[in-house]
Design a protein around this ligand. Sequence first.
Ligand SMILES: Nc1nc2c(c(=O)[nH]1)N[C@H]1C(S)=C(S)[C@@H](COP(=O)(O)O)O[C@H]1N2
Ligand SMILES: [Mo]
Length: 433
Amino acid sequence: MARETEGNAADGSHFETSRRRFLGGTGLAAIGVVIGGAMPLSRDGIGIPQAHAQAAPPAAAPATKGPQHLKYPGKNEGLVVLGEKPLVAETPESLLDDDTTPIEKFYIRNNGQIPEEAKDPDAWKIVIDGEVNNKIEITLGELKSKYKAVTRRMVLECGGNGRAGFSPPARGNQWANGGAGCAEWTGVPLVDLLKKAGLKPSAKYTAHYSADLHLSGDASKPTISRGVRIEKAVDPNTLIVWGMNGKPLPNIHGGPVRLVVPGWAGSASQKWLTRITIRDREHDGPGMTEFSYRTPIKPMVPGGKGDPANFRILESMPVRSIITNPANGAKFAAGTKELKLRGASWAGDLTVKQVDVSLDFGASWQRVTLEKPKNKYDWQRWTATVKLPTDGYFEIWARATDSKGAMQPHQAGFWNPQGYGGNAMHRIAVLVG
Ligand SMILES: Nc1nc2c(c(=O)[nH]1)N[C@H]1C(S)=C(S)[C@@H](COP(=O)(O)O)O[C@H]1N2
Ligand SMILES: [Mo]
């Protein structure tokens, strides 16, 4: 859908040129330049739009250095590189404006080396073993022909999404809100294979394995091997997928075949899937232990050391909303009286009940028009029209509330060493006139 055609009047091509120049820096930093460098924004103050945090890595990078853009075949150059080895790139919120995230705009998260593309995808083998009555060995070709495929639009979100909002900075890739995307996934519910294999009463947990080499090149070390409670594994929305947006799953996204465990930390969604071992206890592969994908049971002191005994596994992701149009740093003609906003929101295993926006730093809020999800685990798109009282600098804040009543906080809280669960509300800055 050509969304550009339905945006704000000021958001036409004429303006587009100047905005691009305007955004040559790092969004808000660029506004600072435009209005004379007097922007009272700091990374830790309440007035810091999260999008700014994304462009400002913790170790005080020179303020003039903008985001590094991704150069990867088939990928949009607007993606921002968070790490090169392994390759990690996030999607700026304004590039998540499509109802279904196109492959070219979908975020990338690797922990190890990217494998060579499979020469013969249908010959790819998947094994299901462990606490099952009948071990299964199946090729992708057989999986496609013998099982009934489903297609669902579902959010995949990195467990560290929102990490850049933590203060002091948490360890790991400094995601703003773009470690997430919503694609149409085609595959077979994992439960259909588990039924065929026959789960033993002792089956408690899954362990996922794949073909990507560890960064060190040591083939005996799995790059990452996470798992989920058996209840999540048998949820009909947990899929073994080979299709993304109607195309074969690209290699960079784990093709020819991966898991999609929607609503939970993306790390459970093993790419280049080769084996699922059913275990009789919580899995303990790389990414399961100590502080990895775990959050504190009792809140800990920010920046503190943390006691592994006080941590539990992160499962469902928290509620989040993003403003996808306008972009952070957008500039509008003098006299613009209203802005049309678009966004998306999602809430892990839950749905989103309400999204509100504020133009006055949270003093007053206005409810948006929120769409229903297409199917469970789809994100919910929203729109709103806000009135501008005058020309000048405005921040637009958006906050979502999930179906259980939990609302996004103003600041990322419940600090933890690896920065999970950061879902501070998204803020953007716009300049009118
Ligand atoms: N084999 C393998 N699977 C993996 C990973 C990985 O490094 N190797 N990264 C995980 C993490 S942390 C996330 S967030 C998602 C990212 O999927 P994407 O790159 O398709 O966006 O894949 C998960 N599956
Ligand atoms: Mo992730």
